[in-house]
Design a binder for this molecule. Structure first.
Ligand SMILES: Cc1cc2nc3c(=O)[nH]c(=O)nc-3n(C[C@H](O)[C@H](O)[C@H](O)COP(=O)(O)OP(=O)(O)OC[C@H]3O[C@@H](n4cnc5c(N)ncnc54)[C@H](O)[C@@H]3O)c2cc1C
Length: 408
């Protein structure tokens, strides 16, 4: 079969690799000058900079880990235990907040415990009420609501809760009480509490290891028009594709295909957030992996200590960190927070997070069903319009290719 893959991020590259291994004629299309999508890295003055936010890797899926280590052997990765922190006012706390209540002043710990242990009513349908229902009013107001307001940048009552399963660590009453009474946040027992990061070259090293077998790639080639003759697709002016794998953002659908009105409307109603990252060098060493900032005082929501992710991530004796901020921002905005002389670079990313508004499921379903009925297979974070991490993008790519092969 002749198959096109739209987008050469992690998902597109995995799909292409699987298709080529299965013997299909595969052509990849990427609008940027460089492959990798969200997993691109620059090296600035010897400092590794994951341009679209700090990216560390782990997976619960054995097949994904095996595949990754076949591409980039285990000795080329730094394996670390996560040491995440939360900056709550002047207090630097362990992560997650709800298991670190013993680190709060006692007059704050008590209401958090009382509220958490209250009998729960029916499960609410919106995210704002769900946070209160799940964690109790005090934990919700101190951390969950302010942090989530920053990252989602919208009214949390307009968000659904369909996406939460497996994305948020949800403690039982026993786990929370045990954590408080033993003064141990039990961070290490949580999934993804350890991670792999390429020893050299940042997360793009993984991408480079995937591109060796790929010969048929159009780079700097935006897909602008798709037309279907009932049997095969034409991409811009290249004809004859039996199937298309779609890994690019779903809202693009109505700009490149002449879709029916309902698909057009569904695409126009999808919501997402953008992000700006800023790289700073630093002489201060820390053993923290990353830190969350719920307070409105700080306009950013997370700092990733990029210099800690690998021993080769910055020049000897130095350190570095990446500040992540939702929206489109300029370095001057951070002047009062960080020494601007240490600023090394910044990058805006249009598509960073899918926003799960109340119509997310309905709109996504309309678009995906339309695409599938026209031999276009959406896959990955943007193709399926989901909160997928790298490993799930890889897993879904394996599944999508196997599915196509099984029906042909
Ligand atoms: C801030 C941040 C931090 C993250 N941290 C982690 C982490 O620590 N661990 C983890 O596992 N995951 C992390 N993720 C998630 C991870 O980045 C994604 O799951 C994964 O990279 C998505 O890959 P993708 O190929 O589906 O999408 P992308 O990487 O976005 O690739 C899509 C590609 O399509 C191309 N494209 C778009 N439009 C067109 C067009 N019209 N024509 C041709 N090409 C087009 C784009 O240029 C891009 O290259 C993070 C994400 C963000 C935003």
């Amino acid at each position: 079969m002749n198959i096109a893959v739209l987008g050469a991020g992690l998902t597109g590259l995995t799909v292409a690799d699987r298709l080529i291994s299965a013997g299909h004629n595969t052509v990849l299309f990427e609008k940027e000058k460089r492959i990798g999508g969200l997993c691109k890295t620059d090296i600035i003055d010897g400092y590794v900079y994951d341009l679209h936010g700090g990216h560390v890797f782990n997976s619960r899926h054995r097949d994904v880990l095996d595949w990754i280590f076949r591409l980039l052997p285990k000795d080329k990765w730094q394996y670390s235990t996560r040491n995440a922190r939360i900056q709550y006012g002047n207090l630097t706390m362990s992560y997650p907040f709800e298991l670190s209540l013993s680190e709060l002043p006692i007059n704050e710990t008590i209401p958090c415990l009382i509220d958490f242990l209250k009998e729960k009513g029916d499960k609410p349908k919106d995210f704002y009420q769900w946070l209160i229902w799940m964690f109790g009013e005090s934990i919700a107001n101190k951390y969950m609501i302010p942090y989530n307001k920053k990252i989602w940048n919208c009214d949390l009552s307009d968000m659904s809760i369909d996406w939460i399963d497996g994305k948020m660590p949800l403690p039982t009453k026993e786990e929370l009480l045990r954590a408080v009474l033993t003064k141990n946040s039990s961070e290490r027992k949580m999934p993804h509490s350890s991670y792999y990061y390429p020893l050299s070259g940042g997360i793009e090293t993984l991408i480079n290891s995937m591109s060796n077998n790929l010969t048929n790639i159009y780079i700097d080639y935006a897909v602008e028009k798709l037309s279907f003759n009932g049997k095969t697709w034409t991409i811009n002016d290249l004809q004859g594709f039996d199937y298309i794998f779609w890994t690019i953002p779903l809202p693009v659908v109505s700009t490149v295909i002449d879709v029916p009105q309902n698909v057009c409307e569904a695409a126009a109603n999808l919501k997402w957030n953008s992000i700006t990252t800023f790289l700073f060098k630093s002489e201060v060493k820390t053993n923290v992996s990353w830190k969350y900032f719920p307070d409105q005082e700080q306009p950013y929501h997370r700092i990733v200590y990029q210099g800690n992710l690998s021993p080769l991530a910055c020049p000897q004796g130095m350190s570095s960190f990446v500040v992540e901020m939702i929206g489109n921002h300029e370095p001057e905005e951070l002047k009062k927070h960080f020494p601007i002389d240490d600023y090394l670079g910044h990058r805006f990313t249009e598509y960073a997070y899918v926003v799960f508004d109340r119509n997310h499921q309905k709109n996504t379903h309309i678009i995906i069903e339309y695409l599938k009925s026209h031999r276009i297979l959406p896959v990955g974070r943007w193709g399926e319009w989901q909160y997928y991490n790298m490993d799930i993008c890889i897993k879904r790519s394996f599944e999508a290719v196997s599915e196509l092969i099984s029906i042909n």
